[in-house]
Design a binder for this molecule. Structure first.
Ligand code: CA2
Length: 146
């Protein structure tokens, strides 16, 4: 059966491509979803991309991924830097977890330099723009290859 990768996105990423293009670029999250879905097909995977502005919703989706997903790619957005709840949820997931940031968080304010999610992530990509999602997907395919 084809393995499914859940691509979870945190608050304000619904505005991707619509605001602050100088930081986040001009590609929308719908475009990212379509590009990832195409690449996943080439890699023998399926993707399901979700976005929420609510921490509890992201925690619920991580719990659902325990039964439904082979791996998680997550851009927790601002919750990266604050959410022990998302870290705890990710710690209950047994497959690979890859963390993506569109911007180079290390070149930005110091509060963006710490990530709770990185304590669980098997890999982190930052500063590659939205291409980071596809790079993470390629890495996920390697990690899941048997
Ligand atoms: O670089 C990233 O991907 C971030 O996760 C984005 C978060 C930020 O809080 C993290 O420190 C780094 C912010 C997401 C906001 O997304 C927007 C997209 C377009 C326009 C406005 C906000």
């Amino acid at each position: 059966m084809t393995k499914t990768i859940h691509i979870l996105n945190g608050p304000n990423l619904n505005l991707l491509g619509k605001r602050e293009p100088e930081i986040y670029g001009d590609i929308t999250l719908d475009n990212v979803a379509a590009d990832c879905s195409r690449l996943a097909t080439d890699l023998g995977l399926e993707t399901q991309l979700m976005q929420s502005n609510h921490e509890g919703q992201i925690v619920d989706w991580i719990h659902q991924a325990r039964d439904k997903a082979a791996g998680i790619i997550i851009n927790p957005a601002a919750y990266t830097h604050t959410s022990v709840a998302i870290l705890d949820a990710l710690n209950t997931f047994e497959g690979p977890v890859l963390e993506v940031h569109i911007s180079n968080v290390h070149k930005r304010e110091s509060f963006r330099h710490h990530s709770y999610v990185s304590l669980r992530a098997d890999g982190v990509i930052a500063g590659f723009g939205v291409e980071g999602y596809q790079l993470a997907l390629r890495r996920m395919a390697s990690l899941l290859a048997d």
